[in-house]
Write a protein that binds this ligand. Structure first.
Ligand code: SF4
Length: 312
């Protein structure tokens, strides 16, 4: 069966075997982050609606889950901000009622938790991973480029409100952009915000595949560790399980991608066309190939291409 809203399961370093559920069309988000690995936001909005119908997503889930696949998580993620879809609560309710054995995860930018209705709709989700890259308005605007009426202080207040009633695990993710949020002032504000929100865990990451803006660079491991120590209790995302050691790692898809790139440099779009897989799934394998130095990035005016890395 061909799925429109489900993808994977993808081998996730943090979540193990994770079935992706994409609730918005590419690329619909409340933010347009400079580091976004999906590319530029084409629909920047805070309007909540059924961007894709909840009934259609539930139908696909019904078909997929009746085989009782081995999954660590069913994860709302993909082509933008999942909480923009006003049907997210109904979809989570369906899974928790029909298949209570599966754990749910939400990857979110956290901007809509200012709304009570959104907080209510995610309360049955087992793990929520909101990002928090900045705690000052200037830095938030520089990194996350929000929709016009979204403000940093309100986003932090929304996270505080969520934490008050939410009984699952909240893991804040901070993406470090050298030159923007790695300075003492911003980190102090982030640390204060974390103390107010009181998440269960904090993870720190940086660029590991090309972002929307070509000038964004990765922070080095020493700097990341320094920041983790300063924030206290923070973990580095890279410390998690190697992707190809995870059961859902698809070696034939991995080989198909390598084989395709060996013939000619490809963009993510080319690879989606050749493999018929979801963008988020392709991105995971690209990340794995980059980390193993099998491929490299070639940025051309026509787009970001991946090619086999020449042996030196
Ligand atoms: S919030 Fe996530 S999906 Fe949206 S622009 Fe930022 S990184 Fe991309």
């Amino acid at each position: 069966m061909k799925y429109s809203y489900l993808f994977g399961p993808v081998p996730s370093r943090r979540l193990g075997i994770s079935l992706g559920v994409d609730l918005v069309p590419f690329k619909t988000c409340t933010l347009d982050c400079i580091y976004c690995e999906c590319g530029e936001t084409t629909l920047l909005s805070n309007e909540r609606k059924e961007y894709v119908p909840a009934t259609a997503v539930i139908k696909e889930l019904e078909g997929y889950l009746q085989g009782l696949p081995d999954l660590d998580y069913i994860t709302f993620s993909g082509s933008g901000e999942p909480t923009l879809n006003s049907g997210i609560g109904d979809i989570a309710d369906y899974i928790k009622t029909a298949y209570p054995q599966y754990k749910l995860c939400l990857l979110t930018n956290g901007t809509l938790f200012t709304e009570k209705e959104v907080r209510e709709s995610v309360k049955q989700i087992d793990m929520i991973i909101p990002s928090l890259d900045a705690a000052s308005e200037a830095c938030f605007k520089a990194i996350n480029r929000p929709y016009k009426n979204i403000h940093c202080g309100e986003v932090i207040s929304g996270l505080i409100e969520l934490r008050k009633d939410y009984r699952g695990t909240m893991m804040i993710e901070i993406f470090i952009v050298p030159g923007l949020n790695d300075n003492e002032d911003e980190l102090r504000l982030i640390k204060n915000a974390l103390a107010d929100v009181n998440p269960d865990r904090v993870q720190i990451g940086t660029l590991d595949r090309p972002g929307t803006e070509t000038w964004v660079e990765a922070a080095d491991d020493v700097k990341l560790q320094e920041i983790a120590n300063y924030l206290g209790q923070a973990e580095l995302i890279g410390e998690f399980m190697e992707r190809d050691k995870i059961a859902s790692f698809n070696s034939s898809l991995f080989e198909q991608i390598v084989e395709t790139i060996s013939r000619r440099p490809c963009t993510v779009k080319d690879l989606i066309q050749v493999t018929g897989r979801h963008q988020a799934e392709i991105e995971k394998y690209i990340q794995n190939l980059l980390s193993k130095n099998i491929i490299e990035v070639d940025r051309l005016a026509r787009g970001t291409f991946f090619k086999i890395k020449k042996k030196s």
